[in-house]
Ligand binder design. Sequence first.
Ligand SMILES: C[S@@+](CC[C@H](N)C(=O)[O-])C[C@H]1O[C@@H](n2cnc3c(N)ncnc32)[C@H](O)[C@@H]1O
Length: 375
Amino acid sequence: VAGGFRLTPMDALVLIGHGSPLAGANRDMLRVAAALTRRDRPVSTCTVDRAEPDLPGLVAAHAAAGARRVVVVPWLLQLGRHLVEDIPRAVAAARTAAPGVQVVQADPLGFDELLVQLVERRIAGALDAAPAVGPPVVHLVGAGPGDPGMVTVRARELVATCDCLIHDRLVPPELLALAPSTAVLHPVGKHGWGEAVAQAAINELLVACAGRHRRVVRLKGGDPLVFGRAGEEIDALAATGIAVEIVPGVTSGLGAAAALGLPLTRRGTASSLAFATGRCHDDGAGPDWRAIAQVDTVILYMAARNLAAHCAALVAAGRSGGTPACAVQWATRPEQRTVVGTLADLAKQVAAAGLGSPLLVIVGAAAGNRTCPPP
Ligand SMILES: C[S@@+](CC[C@H](N)C(=O)[O-])C[C@H]1O[C@@H](n2cnc3c(N)ncnc32)[C@H](O)[C@@H]1O
Protein backbone atom coordinates (compact mmCIF):
# COMPACT_ATOMS: atom_id res chain seq x y z
CA VAL A 1 0.00 0.00 0.00
CA ALA A 2 1.22 3.48 -0.84
CA GLY A 3 3.43 5.10 1.77
CA GLY A 4 3.98 1.73 3.47
CA PHE A 5 1.17 2.39 5.92
CA ARG A 6 -1.00 -0.38 7.19
CA LEU A 7 -4.61 0.05 6.15
CA THR A 8 -7.49 -1.18 8.28
CA PRO A 9 -11.13 -1.28 7.20
CA MET A 10 -11.96 2.09 8.79
CA ASP A 11 -12.17 5.64 7.56
CA ALA A 12 -8.92 6.51 5.89
CA LEU A 13 -6.87 9.64 5.66
CA VAL A 14 -4.73 11.07 2.88
CA LEU A 15 -2.37 13.94 3.61
CA ILE A 16 -1.60 15.85 0.46
CA GLY A 17 1.39 18.19 0.52
CA HIS A 18 3.02 20.50 -1.97
CA GLY A 19 5.85 18.22 -3.01
CA SER A 20 9.39 19.04 -3.97
CA PRO A 21 12.23 17.35 -5.85
CA LEU A 22 14.45 17.99 -2.82
CA ALA A 23 15.19 14.89 -0.79
CA GLY A 24 13.42 14.96 2.58
CA ALA A 25 11.30 17.98 1.69
CA ASN A 26 8.11 16.30 2.87
CA ARG A 27 9.61 14.65 5.92
CA ASP A 28 7.34 16.68 8.27
CA MET A 29 4.23 15.41 6.53
CA LEU A 30 5.54 11.83 6.55
CA ARG A 31 6.25 12.02 10.27
CA VAL A 32 2.74 13.25 11.02
CA ALA A 33 1.31 10.51 8.83
CA ALA A 34 3.39 7.92 10.71
CA ALA A 35 2.19 9.32 14.06
CA LEU A 36 -1.43 9.15 12.91
CA THR A 37 -0.92 5.61 11.67
CA ARG A 38 0.34 4.58 15.09
CA ARG A 39 -3.13 5.49 16.30
CA ASP A 40 -4.40 2.70 14.07
CA ARG A 41 -5.73 4.93 11.33
CA PRO A 42 -5.09 4.07 7.72
CA VAL A 43 -3.06 7.02 6.52
CA SER A 44 -1.23 7.66 3.32
CA THR A 45 0.48 10.63 1.76
CA CYS A 46 0.93 12.16 -1.64
CA THR A 47 1.90 15.47 -3.12
CA VAL A 48 0.44 17.84 -5.64
CA ASP A 49 3.61 18.34 -7.66
CA ARG A 50 4.74 14.73 -8.03
CA ALA A 51 2.99 12.10 -10.06
CA GLU A 52 3.44 9.11 -7.71
CA PRO A 53 1.56 8.16 -5.68
CA ASP A 54 -1.50 9.92 -7.03
CA LEU A 55 -4.61 10.71 -5.03
CA PRO A 56 -7.10 8.63 -7.10
CA GLY A 57 -4.74 5.64 -6.82
CA LEU A 58 -4.44 6.03 -3.05
CA VAL A 59 -8.20 6.39 -2.58
CA ALA A 60 -8.74 3.27 -4.70
CA ALA A 61 -6.20 1.40 -2.52
CA HIS A 62 -7.98 2.52 0.66
CA ALA A 63 -11.31 1.46 -0.86
CA ALA A 64 -9.87 -1.94 -1.76
CA ALA A 65 -8.73 -2.30 1.87
CA GLY A 66 -12.28 -1.64 3.06
CA ALA A 67 -12.44 2.11 3.70
CA ARG A 68 -15.82 3.63 3.07
CA ARG A 69 -14.79 7.23 3.64
CA VAL A 70 -11.49 8.92 2.80
CA VAL A 71 -10.66 12.35 4.17
CA VAL A 72 -8.14 14.33 2.10
CA VAL A 73 -6.20 16.81 4.27
CA PRO A 74 -4.17 19.50 2.48
CA TRP A 75 -0.85 19.65 4.32
CA LEU A 76 0.15 23.24 5.18
CA LEU A 77 -0.83 24.64 1.80
CA GLN A 78 -1.79 28.27 1.47
CA LEU A 79 -4.73 29.52 -0.52
CA GLY A 80 -3.71 29.25 -4.16
CA ARG A 81 -3.99 27.16 -7.28
CA HIS A 82 -3.22 23.84 -5.53
CA LEU A 83 -5.90 24.37 -2.93
CA VAL A 84 -8.67 25.68 -5.13
CA GLU A 85 -7.96 23.84 -8.39
CA ASP A 86 -5.49 20.95 -8.29
CA ILE A 87 -6.66 19.19 -5.15
CA PRO A 88 -10.42 19.52 -5.90
CA ARG A 89 -9.67 18.12 -9.39
CA ALA A 90 -7.76 15.18 -7.90
CA VAL A 91 -10.58 14.61 -5.38
CA ALA A 92 -13.10 14.53 -8.23
CA ALA A 93 -10.91 12.03 -10.09
CA ALA A 94 -10.65 9.92 -6.90
CA ARG A 95 -14.44 9.85 -6.60
CA THR A 96 -14.63 8.53 -10.16
CA ALA A 97 -11.88 5.98 -9.46
CA ALA A 98 -13.62 4.70 -6.31
CA PRO A 99 -17.35 5.30 -6.75
CA GLY A 100 -18.38 3.43 -3.59
CA VAL A 101 -16.24 5.65 -1.36
CA GLN A 102 -17.11 9.05 0.10
CA VAL A 103 -14.12 11.33 -0.55
CA VAL A 104 -14.08 14.53 1.52
CA GLN A 105 -11.63 17.42 1.29
CA ALA A 106 -10.81 18.91 4.69
CA ASP A 107 -10.19 22.58 5.35
CA PRO A 108 -6.49 23.45 5.00
CA LEU A 109 -4.51 23.31 8.24
CA GLY A 110 -2.99 26.69 7.57
CA PHE A 111 -6.35 28.42 8.18
CA ASP A 112 -6.94 26.92 11.61
CA GLU A 113 -6.90 29.21 14.67
CA LEU A 114 -5.27 26.36 16.59
CA LEU A 115 -2.29 26.55 14.25
CA VAL A 116 -2.00 30.27 14.99
CA GLN A 117 -2.12 29.52 18.73
CA LEU A 118 0.53 26.85 18.28
CA VAL A 119 2.81 29.31 16.48
CA GLU A 120 2.26 31.82 19.31
CA ARG A 121 3.15 29.18 21.89
CA ARG A 122 6.31 28.40 19.99
CA ILE A 123 7.24 32.11 19.85
CA ALA A 124 6.66 32.47 23.59
CA GLY A 125 8.68 29.31 24.25
CA ALA A 126 11.56 30.54 22.11
CA LEU A 127 11.58 33.88 23.91
CA ASP A 128 11.44 32.22 27.33
CA ALA A 129 14.35 30.00 26.43
CA ALA A 130 16.39 32.83 24.92
CA PRO A 131 19.25 33.97 27.08
CA ALA A 132 18.84 37.51 28.41
CA VAL A 133 20.73 39.95 26.22
CA GLY A 134 22.54 42.80 27.86
CA PRO A 135 21.56 44.57 31.04
CA PRO A 136 17.89 45.07 31.93
CA VAL A 137 16.09 48.03 30.38
CA VAL A 138 13.00 49.91 31.45
CA HIS A 139 11.16 51.77 28.71
CA LEU A 140 9.90 55.10 29.98
CA VAL A 141 7.12 55.90 27.57
CA GLY A 142 4.85 58.91 27.00
CA ALA A 143 1.23 57.99 26.36
CA GLY A 144 0.20 61.36 24.91
CA PRO A 145 -2.53 63.70 26.11
CA GLY A 146 -5.42 61.25 26.06
CA ASP A 147 -6.50 60.83 22.45
CA PRO A 148 -5.33 57.32 21.50
CA GLY A 149 -4.51 58.67 18.04
CA MET A 150 -1.81 60.88 19.57
CA VAL A 151 0.40 58.00 20.66
CA THR A 152 3.75 57.36 18.99
CA VAL A 153 4.36 54.25 16.90
CA ARG A 154 7.15 53.24 19.31
CA ALA A 155 4.83 53.57 22.32
CA ARG A 156 2.22 51.33 20.68
CA GLU A 157 4.89 48.80 19.73
CA LEU A 158 6.33 48.68 23.26
CA VAL A 159 2.94 48.39 24.96
CA ALA A 160 1.83 45.67 22.55
CA THR A 161 4.92 43.57 23.28
CA CYS A 162 5.57 44.26 26.96
CA ASP A 163 5.33 41.64 29.67
CA CYS A 164 5.08 44.17 32.48
CA LEU A 165 3.29 47.54 32.33
CA ILE A 166 3.44 50.09 35.13
CA HIS A 167 1.08 52.91 34.29
CA ASP A 168 -0.35 56.19 35.54
CA ARG A 169 -3.98 57.18 35.73
CA LEU A 170 -3.93 59.59 32.78
CA VAL A 171 -3.09 57.11 30.05
CA PRO A 172 -5.62 56.33 27.33
CA PRO A 173 -7.47 53.10 28.14
CA GLU A 174 -7.33 52.28 24.42
CA LEU A 175 -3.53 52.11 24.70
CA LEU A 176 -3.63 49.88 27.78
CA ALA A 177 -5.93 47.55 25.88
CA LEU A 178 -3.07 46.82 23.45
CA ALA A 179 -1.02 45.12 26.18
CA PRO A 180 -0.81 41.35 25.74
CA SER A 181 -3.27 39.44 27.92
CA THR A 182 -0.27 37.75 29.53
CA ALA A 183 1.34 41.05 30.62
CA VAL A 184 1.35 42.00 34.30
CA LEU A 185 -0.27 45.43 34.80
CA HIS A 186 0.53 47.70 37.77
CA PRO A 187 -1.71 50.79 37.98
CA VAL A 188 0.14 53.28 40.16
CA GLY A 189 -1.77 56.41 39.23
CA LYS A 190 -1.92 59.40 41.47
CA HIS A 191 -5.20 61.28 41.65
CA GLY A 192 -4.77 65.01 42.17
CA TRP A 193 -2.91 65.53 45.40
CA GLY A 194 -3.67 62.12 46.86
CA GLU A 195 -0.91 59.64 46.11
CA ALA A 196 -2.31 56.23 45.16
CA VAL A 197 1.17 54.72 45.38
CA ALA A 198 4.03 56.65 46.97
CA GLN A 199 6.81 57.62 44.56
CA ALA A 200 9.39 55.67 46.58
CA ALA A 201 7.25 52.54 46.22
CA ILE A 202 6.94 53.10 42.46
CA ASN A 203 10.73 53.40 42.21
CA GLU A 204 11.14 50.11 44.07
CA LEU A 205 8.50 48.44 41.93
CA LEU A 206 10.33 49.53 38.76
CA VAL A 207 13.61 48.05 39.95
CA ALA A 208 11.93 44.81 41.03
CA CYS A 209 10.04 44.45 37.75
CA ALA A 210 13.18 45.12 35.69
CA GLY A 211 14.77 42.14 37.42
CA ARG A 212 11.81 39.84 36.84
CA HIS A 213 10.52 40.71 33.38
CA ARG A 214 11.97 40.88 29.92
CA ARG A 215 10.18 43.99 28.64
CA VAL A 216 9.11 46.48 31.28
CA VAL A 217 7.20 49.57 30.15
CA ARG A 218 6.67 52.53 32.46
CA LEU A 219 3.81 54.42 30.83
CA LYS A 220 3.07 58.01 31.76
CA GLY A 221 0.48 60.47 30.48
CA GLY A 222 1.66 63.14 28.04
CA ASP A 223 5.44 63.29 27.86
CA PRO A 224 7.33 61.38 30.54
CA LEU A 225 9.83 64.19 31.09
CA VAL A 226 7.22 66.90 31.69
CA PHE A 227 5.98 67.03 35.30
CA GLY A 228 6.18 63.25 35.45
CA ARG A 229 8.75 62.71 38.23
CA ALA A 230 10.74 60.85 35.60
CA GLY A 231 14.01 62.11 37.08
CA GLU A 232 13.40 60.27 40.34
CA GLU A 233 12.55 57.05 38.54
CA ILE A 234 15.56 57.31 36.23
CA ASP A 235 17.83 57.94 39.25
CA ALA A 236 16.45 54.88 41.08
CA LEU A 237 16.94 52.67 38.02
CA ALA A 238 20.40 54.03 37.24
CA ALA A 239 21.48 53.43 40.85
CA THR A 240 20.93 49.70 40.30
CA GLY A 241 22.50 49.62 36.84
CA ILE A 242 19.24 49.45 34.92
CA ALA A 243 19.22 51.26 31.59
CA VAL A 244 16.31 53.47 30.55
CA GLU A 245 14.94 54.09 27.09
CA ILE A 246 12.89 57.29 26.95
CA VAL A 247 10.09 57.50 24.40
CA PRO A 248 8.64 61.02 24.23
CA GLY A 249 4.94 61.68 24.04
CA VAL A 250 2.74 64.64 23.13
CA THR A 251 2.55 66.63 26.35
CA SER A 252 -1.01 67.52 27.36
CA GLY A 253 -0.30 71.25 27.07
CA LEU A 254 0.48 70.89 23.38
CA GLY A 255 -2.43 68.48 22.93
CA ALA A 256 -4.76 71.06 24.48
CA ALA A 257 -3.42 73.88 22.29
CA ALA A 258 -3.97 71.74 19.21
CA ALA A 259 -7.44 70.70 20.31
CA LEU A 260 -8.41 74.35 20.79
CA GLY A 261 -6.58 75.64 17.71
CA LEU A 262 -4.36 78.03 19.69
CA PRO A 263 -0.99 79.02 18.19
CA LEU A 264 1.20 79.28 21.29
CA THR A 265 3.70 81.57 19.63
CA ARG A 266 2.98 84.27 17.08
CA ARG A 267 5.28 86.71 15.34
CA GLY A 268 5.08 90.07 17.07
CA THR A 269 2.89 89.06 20.01
CA ALA A 270 4.20 85.85 21.57
CA SER A 271 7.82 84.78 21.29
CA SER A 272 8.30 82.84 24.52
CA LEU A 273 6.51 79.84 25.95
CA ALA A 274 6.65 78.20 29.40
CA PHE A 275 5.39 74.92 30.79
CA ALA A 276 4.88 75.68 34.46
CA THR A 277 3.03 74.55 37.53
CA GLY A 278 1.91 76.38 40.62
CA ARG A 279 2.33 73.30 42.75
CA CYS A 280 4.79 73.71 45.54
CA HIS A 281 8.09 71.87 45.83
CA ASP A 282 8.46 69.26 48.57
CA ASP A 283 10.01 71.94 50.82
CA GLY A 284 6.86 74.06 50.43
CA ALA A 285 8.50 76.68 48.20
CA GLY A 286 6.28 77.90 45.37
CA PRO A 287 7.38 78.63 41.80
CA ASP A 288 9.06 81.86 40.76
CA TRP A 289 5.88 83.67 39.68
CA ARG A 290 7.88 86.75 38.61
CA ALA A 291 9.86 84.72 36.11
CA ILE A 292 6.74 82.89 34.90
CA ALA A 293 4.78 86.14 34.49
CA GLN A 294 7.47 87.41 32.08
CA VAL A 295 6.78 84.65 29.57
CA ASP A 296 4.35 85.50 26.74
CA THR A 297 2.42 82.23 26.76
CA VAL A 298 2.24 80.18 29.97
CA ILE A 299 0.78 76.70 30.18
CA LEU A 300 -0.01 75.81 33.76
CA TYR A 301 -0.17 72.12 34.63
CA MET A 302 -1.92 70.64 37.68
CA ALA A 303 -4.05 73.74 37.67
CA ALA A 304 -7.33 72.52 39.18
CA ARG A 305 -6.39 73.03 42.78
CA ASN A 306 -5.55 76.59 43.90
CA LEU A 307 -6.41 78.03 40.49
CA ALA A 308 -7.59 81.32 41.99
CA ALA A 309 -4.33 81.67 43.95
CA HIS A 310 -2.23 80.92 40.88
CA CYS A 311 -4.04 83.46 38.70
CA ALA A 312 -3.73 86.03 41.50
CA ALA A 313 -0.02 85.24 41.82
CA LEU A 314 0.50 85.97 38.12
CA VAL A 315 -1.35 89.29 38.45
CA ALA A 316 0.67 90.14 41.58
CA ALA A 317 3.82 89.34 39.61
CA GLY A 318 2.94 91.95 37.00
CA ARG A 319 0.58 90.32 34.52
CA SER A 320 -2.58 92.29 33.71
CA GLY A 321 -5.87 90.93 35.08
CA GLY A 322 -7.25 91.34 31.57
CA THR A 323 -4.77 88.83 30.08
CA PRO A 324 -6.69 86.17 28.16
CA ALA A 325 -6.71 82.79 29.89
CA CYS A 326 -8.45 79.51 29.20
CA ALA A 327 -8.86 76.28 31.12
CA VAL A 328 -9.19 72.84 29.52
CA GLN A 329 -10.23 69.65 31.26
CA TRP A 330 -9.62 66.26 29.65
CA ALA A 331 -8.00 67.85 26.60
CA THR A 332 -8.18 65.71 23.45
CA ARG A 333 -10.56 63.19 25.09
CA PRO A 334 -14.24 63.02 24.08
CA GLU A 335 -15.13 64.49 27.51
CA GLN A 336 -12.98 67.62 26.88
CA ARG A 337 -14.43 70.84 28.37
CA THR A 338 -13.15 74.38 28.03
CA VAL A 339 -13.69 77.70 29.75
CA VAL A 340 -12.33 80.95 28.25
CA GLY A 341 -11.86 84.14 30.28
CA THR A 342 -9.17 86.39 31.70
CA LEU A 343 -6.68 86.01 34.52
CA ALA A 344 -9.07 88.05 36.68
CA ASP A 345 -12.17 85.89 36.22
CA LEU A 346 -11.01 82.44 35.07
CA ALA A 347 -11.07 80.75 38.49
CA LYS A 348 -14.66 81.87 39.11
CA GLN A 349 -15.75 80.68 35.67
CA VAL A 350 -14.04 77.32 36.10
CA ALA A 351 -15.75 76.83 39.46
CA ALA A 352 -19.12 77.83 38.00
CA ALA A 353 -18.70 75.40 35.12
CA GLY A 354 -17.60 72.64 37.51
CA LEU A 355 -14.33 71.86 35.72
CA GLY A 356 -11.83 69.81 37.71
CA SER A 357 -8.72 67.68 37.36
CA PRO A 358 -7.06 66.98 34.98
CA LEU A 359 -6.98 70.65 34.14
CA LEU A 360 -4.59 72.83 32.15
CA VAL A 361 -4.61 76.61 31.97
CA ILE A 362 -3.20 78.57 29.06
CA VAL A 363 -2.39 82.22 29.80
CA GLY A 364 -1.45 84.95 27.33
CA ALA A 365 -2.65 86.45 24.05
CA ALA A 366 -2.61 82.90 22.64
CA ALA A 367 -5.48 81.91 24.93
CA GLY A 368 -7.80 84.40 23.24
CA ASN A 369 -6.49 83.63 19.81
CA ARG A 370 -8.43 80.64 18.60
CA THR A 371 -7.72 80.44 14.89
CA CYS A 372 -9.35 77.35 13.52
CA PRO A 373 -12.65 75.70 14.30
CA PRO A 374 -12.31 72.10 15.49
CA PRO A 375 -13.15 69.44 12.88
C1 LIG B 1 1.48 64.96 36.78
S1 LIG B 1 1.14 66.01 35.44
C2 LIG B 1 1.68 65.01 34.10
C3 LIG B 1 1.86 65.78 32.84
C4 LIG B 1 2.19 64.90 31.68
N1 LIG B 1 3.48 64.27 31.86
C5 LIG B 1 2.15 65.62 30.37
O1 LIG B 1 3.20 65.77 29.71
O2 LIG B 1 1.07 66.03 29.94
C6 LIG B 1 -0.61 65.86 35.39
C7 LIG B 1 -1.24 67.12 34.86
O3 LIG B 1 -1.18 67.14 33.45
C8 LIG B 1 -2.31 67.82 32.95
N2 LIG B 1 -3.03 66.91 32.06
C9 LIG B 1 -2.65 65.71 31.66
N3 LIG B 1 -3.50 65.23 30.76
C10 LIG B 1 -4.46 66.17 30.59
C11 LIG B 1 -5.62 66.28 29.78
N4 LIG B 1 -5.97 65.32 28.93
N5 LIG B 1 -6.35 67.41 29.87
C12 LIG B 1 -6.01 68.41 30.70
N6 LIG B 1 -4.93 68.35 31.49
C13 LIG B 1 -4.16 67.26 31.43
C14 LIG B 1 -3.15 68.24 34.13
O4 LIG B 1 -2.75 69.55 34.46
C15 LIG B 1 -2.71 67.25 35.17
O5 LIG B 1 -2.95 67.73 36.47
